[in-house]
Design a protein around this ligand. Structure first.
Ligand SMILES: [Zn+2]
Length: 217
């Protein structure tokens, strides 16, 4: 579930002629969905149900709340799994979120919910446990987001001040821009295989070391 509702407050107005019902409702239940639109629809459905009870208690003898006007007053449809980062500059662009990081700041945290595939826009990033593996502008990481229910497998940090990273909801993107989605998919898979090759090299080295160690000491 890539998106969740955060601090959603909605206004509900009855459209029935001369009805004075106009109220604000806060959504306290956890609502999540694959797209921002899904979350919005789900939230509005819940708000309508809550408002109907309130409305009909007052005006129910005359008419019921049907097809009210519902608008979001405040709150956001946020990506699940992106590191909370209030200081960072965040911009929304149709399912894509951009964030900026300072040197050493963690972009992805091991064990977190994986919702988005990341692309370095400027600066660079690296896995905290493998500093030689660099993600430069145009490089992608975050393969866990391609597998449902998979959490992040490594900490990834920014290598320099002002490192800018795009977070893509790959499902949403494949509808809006299939070419870009395919590009990201290939980039992320390529990175995954590179990580596996690096691991194999490390394992070989470890095996050689183990063979050299005298046994039983
Ligand atoms: Zn009414």
């Amino acid at each position: 579930m890539p998106y969740k509702l955060k601090n959603g407050i909605y206004s509900v107005r009855c459209r029935y002629p001369r009805c004075t019902f106009h109220t604000q409702m806060e959504v306290q239940r956890n609502i999540a969905g694959m797209t921002q639109k899904d979350v919005e629809e789900e939230a509005k459905k819940l708000v309508r149900d809550m408002a109907m009870i309130k409305h009909d208690a007052m005006h129910g003898t005359r008419h019921t709340l049907r097809n009210p006007e519902i608008r979001k007053v405040s709150g956001a449809y946020e990506l699940i799994g992106a590191s909370p980062n209030s200081a960072a500059a965040v911009a929304e662009d149709g399912g894509t979120t951009y964030r900026e990081y300072q040197k050493g700041e963690v972009i992805l945290k091991k064990g977190e919910n994986a919702a988005a595939v990341c692309e370095v826009v400027s600066g660079y990033a690296y896995p905290v446990r493998n500093k030689n593996h660099r993600y430069k502008a145009g490089d992608c990481f975050g393969a866990a987001a391609l597998v449902a229910g998979q959490s992040r497998t490594a900490d990834i940090a920014a290598g320099t001040d002002g490192t800018r990273v795009a977070f893509y909801n790959i499902i949403e993107l494949s509808k809006q821009n299939p070419k870009k989605a395919r590009y990201l998919f290939n980039q992320v898979m390529e990175d995954t295989f590179k990580v596996i090759r690096d691991l194999e090299v490390s394992i070989d080295r470890l095996e050689q070391q183990v063979e050299k160690e005298p046994v039983g000491r």
